[in-house]
Design a binder for this molecule. Structure first.
Ligand code: AMP
Length: 283
């Protein structure tokens, strides 16, 4: 696996990979990797000849009071994990490389970036869309791999790709979970032992909602109540949002109809650590 940190070296290595006739699968990450990331890399490698990964904790997508400084980092460990899944190329740019002095262009996606994480993290999706567009320009992959863990991010990026006529396919992979249901996340290491146990409430709440839909509940407010009730049972959990929206538009729904695809999504703080999780449910 080659490791590069400049656009010039990246382009040279990409050209080399393409010359061998291979297509490129790309997985952008913020590092501190876990199985949720590695599933995406394995998929990228399997579907394409070459897997390219980036590790970049993107300052643009963090608010001033968020955890940019506290975000876990361990490049040595990440590189080892990426080698174990046969990654071809790892791109680790510096913030000053991607955003040199004077950089001022930002990508803003419309309605899809406004609710949920967009409502409580202003500017977050503009930061995400901007860095993903830059990375797509640099890597020029055939296929981009994203996780359902960040479903709204997937939808925002998918929209940007369509709106800007980018010639990359966007694929989504399901959420990888710990044995007790907690969605894998780099931020889980910031939980104390007690918080880690309480954090099971996200999965539990979503499962309750799914069971409720399966047993005939069609009133979205009732489902939101179920989410809040279950999350409220966890000690130290401070709910950021607990929503039931249409999986296509991400708009709030009042009643579920037959064949309706809904997105049940939660975001919960344990002290300063913010966790998100979701289920896509077809009625
Ligand atoms: P991050 O490093 O958190 O920015 O995540 C990089 C990519 O990995 C994003 O597309 C995430 O949606 C995806 N990802 C993170 N955690 C998981 C998980 N538990 N299951 C599936 N995909 C994930």
């Amino acid at each position: 696996m080659k490791v590069v940190s400049t656009p010039r070296a990246l382009r040279r290595e990409i050209a080399r990979l393409k010359k061998g006739g291979r297509t490129i699968g790309f997985v952008p990450t913020m590092g501190f990797l876990h199985d949720g990331h590695l599933v995406l890399v394995r998929k990228a490698k399997k579907d394409n000849g070459a897997a390219v990964v980036s590790i970049f904790v993107n300052p643009l997508q963090f608010g001033p009071r968020e955890d940019y400084g506290r975000y876990p980092r361990n490049l040595g460990r990440d590189a080892k994990l990426l080698r174990s899944v046969k990654t071809d190329l790892l791109f680790v740019p510096r913030a000053s490389t991607l955003y040199p002095k004077g950089s001022q262009t930002r990508v803003s996606v419309g309605d899809l970036s406004r609710p949920l994480c967009g409502a409580t993290r202003p500017g977050h999706f503009a930061g995400v869309a901007t860095v993903v567009l830059k990375l797509l320009n640099l890597v020029a992959p055939d296929v981009l791999y994203l996780g359902q863990k960040d479903y709204q991010q997937f939808r925002v990026v998918e929209r940007m790709v369509r709106d800007f006529d980018l010639s990359v396919k966007v694929r989504m992979a399901p959420i990888v979970r710990e044995a007790d249901g907690l969605a894998m996340s780099s931020r889980n290491v910031n939980l104390s032992f007690a918080e880690r146990l309480e954090a099971r409430c996200l999965y539990r709440a979503l499962k309750k909602v799914k069971e409720s839909v399966l047993s005939g509940e069609r009133r979205a407010d009732r489902l939101r109540d179920t989410l809040r009730r279950e999350l409220g049972r966890a000690r130290g959990a401070c709910v950021d949002y607990a929503e039931i929206v249409d999986a296509g538009t991400l708009r709030r729904v009042t009643r579920l109809s037959k064949d309706h695809k809904i997105f049940a999504a939660v975001a919960v703080f344990f002290q300063k650590t913010r966790l998100i999780d979701n289920f896509l449910i077809t009625v």
